[in-house]
Design a protein around this ligand. Structure first.
Ligand code: PCA
Length: 218
């Protein structure tokens, strides 16, 4: 059975929770559609997040990769469409580093698009009653760095098939985090887990991207 690597982050900015790791852990070891889910936690540290991701890719050789992170200002599950080659940290990471105006990868392309069928995932989640939306910016903190590094790692060398399909999904805060993120509506862990199960199912089933004409999915 093919492996789907599901990554989540440790808490950051002095918080005690990160829904991205709670959701990944809840789905760890499950068989969803044709995928066996393996959860791996990534440090919220610029210097070590990508090496940890690379190690997980090498150890598990996944067919699919879904990287998750918290977006404290968002009220909906946000399927990210584009990773940019930019690090511009608003707050220090968990090692106290706060890099400003740096590339993720010197000399790399300006951006990568997700490999996920982003609109199809959003549509499925919305049909199931979840708050879900497309996002065109994963920010410029550790999540975007991991998203960019993931897409770079998965980019097929010329003439060869891509090794895995992957992308990034941001999650809203948990109810326990509501006071910390008053600008967002929180979402219960059970709902986040149910939504991500649907997303995993869609990715593992290889659903085609939706191209709506006149009926935007957002
Ligand atoms: N969210 C942060 C980093 C880790 C996380 O879960 C971000 O959006 O960059």
């Amino acid at each position: 059975m093919n492996t789907l690597l599901l990554t989540g982050f440790e808490p950051f900015d002095g918080d005690a929770f990160n829904p991205s790791w709670a959701v990944a852990l809840a789905l760890d070891g499950q068989r969803i559609g044709g995928a066996r889910v393996v959860a791996v936690q990534l440090p919220c540290v610029f210097a070590t997040a990508l090496p940890a991701l690379q190690a997980a890719l090498a150890a598990h050789r996944p067919r699919w990769v879904l990287a998750l992170g918290l977006a404290g200002s968002r009220s909906a599950i946000s399927v990210e469409r584009v990773a940019v080659n930019l690090v511009d940290a608003r707050i220090p990471d968990n090692a106290g580093a706060q890099p400003i105006d740096q590339p993720v990868l010197a000399g790399g392309p300006a951006a990568y698009f997700t490999g996920l069928p982003a609109k199809a995932i959003v549509a499925r989640l919305q049909q199931a009653g979840h708050r879900a939306e497309l996002s065109h910016s994963a920010g410029s903190f550790v999540c975007n760095q991991v998203f960019y590094g993931l897409m770079h790692a998965l980019a097929a060398p010329p003439g060869s098939a891509a090794s895995a399909t992957g992308g990034f999904i941001h999650l809203p805060p948990l109810p326990e985090q509501a006071a910390r993120y008053p600008q967002a509506a929180s979402m219960a862990l059970a709902d986040q887990v149910a939504a991500l199960r649907l997303a995993v199912e869609a990715v593992a089933a290889g659903v085609a991207e939706l191209h709506t004409v006149g009926g935007r999915v957002d």
